[in-house]
Design a binder for this molecule. Structure first.
Ligand code: THG
Length: 266
């Protein structure tokens, strides 16, 4: 089943930033409940946008969210110290978002993740920057899986983020990531593939139709999770329908249930 990492609790979103700065717990609780009701399987928590406040904002968000959250959290920060602090606060084994091959981050994250019970998003990023070919993405994914396996993180707990890049800058960027996902899944059938989708449409008009079409193609290639807004009914309807068409919904039960509850609409 496709996993939905709900992206809404992110201080880069204006209303969330306002709620966090005013310590408006009702707003945050209501948003988390809505994401759960819409079918999120993880709630991403990112407190990075108020410079100099990430630690206290992350603590407050975790204290606010956990009492009403029945699903695990995805702790989202580039800063290993924030992730370590947040990991110590959570009650359920979380998803760590994220680790990459950037040396400073990698060297700090590996000892901390050693033998931990958690899921890990592994970004195909290194000190040379964004990947430039499908082979580049595969090579980085391979290194990440092998290194994480060595410290006791099983492949089934690894979510590779191949890093989607704007198609407006290079018309090959869609095929590049689709080919990479197929190659990663061929080499590591148990690994999960995740990521944000909206970068694909950056710089183009009518972005939502691009994002929705792209997620369908990515699912055929092997993507089985994404960081999205679960309250966006159109992308959720697309994902659930594609999941059924790809044979991941026995007897179309989930599709039918979602139609009946009004969460899938044409
Ligand atoms: N991969 C991984 N983690 C990620 C990303 C990724 N975490 C952050 C991001 N990308 C995914 N999360 C969000 C959260 C919110 C928004 C987009 C991505 C969002 N942005 C509005 C915009 O850009 O227009 C903000 C508008 C507002 O103020 O509300 O909503 O790729 N591993």
């Amino acid at each position: 089943m496709f996993e939905i990492i709900g992206e809404r609790i992110n201080t880069s979103r204006k209303l969330v930033q306002a709620a966090v700065s005013h310590r408006d717990s009702d707003y945050i609780i209501d948003d988390v409940k809505k994401q759960q009701a819409a079918g999120a399987t993880f709630i991403d928590v990112n407190a990075g946008a108020r410079i100099g406040h990430e630690e206290e904002d992350m603590r407050w968000l975790l204290d606010t969210i956990q009492p009403v959250c029945e699903i695990p959290l995805a702790l989202d920060s580039p800063d290993p110290a924030i992730l370590e602090m947040a990991f110590a606060m959570v009650e359920k084994p979380p998803m760590i978002n994220s680790i990459s091959l950037e040396k400073e981050r990698f060297d700090a994250m590996m000892p901390f993740l050693n033998a931990k019970d958690c899921k890990v998003i592994a970004l195909c990023m290194d000190d040379a920057g964004m990947p430039e070919s499908a082979g580049d993405i595969l090579a980085r994914a391979k290194t990440l899986v092998e290194e994480l396996n060595k410290i006791g993180i099983p492949t089934a707990n690894i979510y590779v983020d191949p890093l989607v890049q704007p198609i407006s800058t290079d018309s090959n960027k869609g095929v590049m990531v689709l080919d990479a996902v197929r190659a990663i899944k061929a080499e590591f059938p148990e690994v999960h593939i995740t990521g944000g989708l909206s970068n694909i449409s950056y710089g183009l008009p009518e972005r939502h139709i691009i994002n929705r079409t792209f997620v369908t193609l990515m699912m055929d290639a092997g993507m089985d999770s994404a960081i999205i807004d679960p309250l966006d009914n159109k992308i959720m309807s697309t994902i659930r329908t594609a999941d059924m068409l790809l044979g991941h919904d026995q007897f179309c039960m989930k599709y039918l249930k979602c139609v009946r509850s009004g969460t899938i609409k044409s």
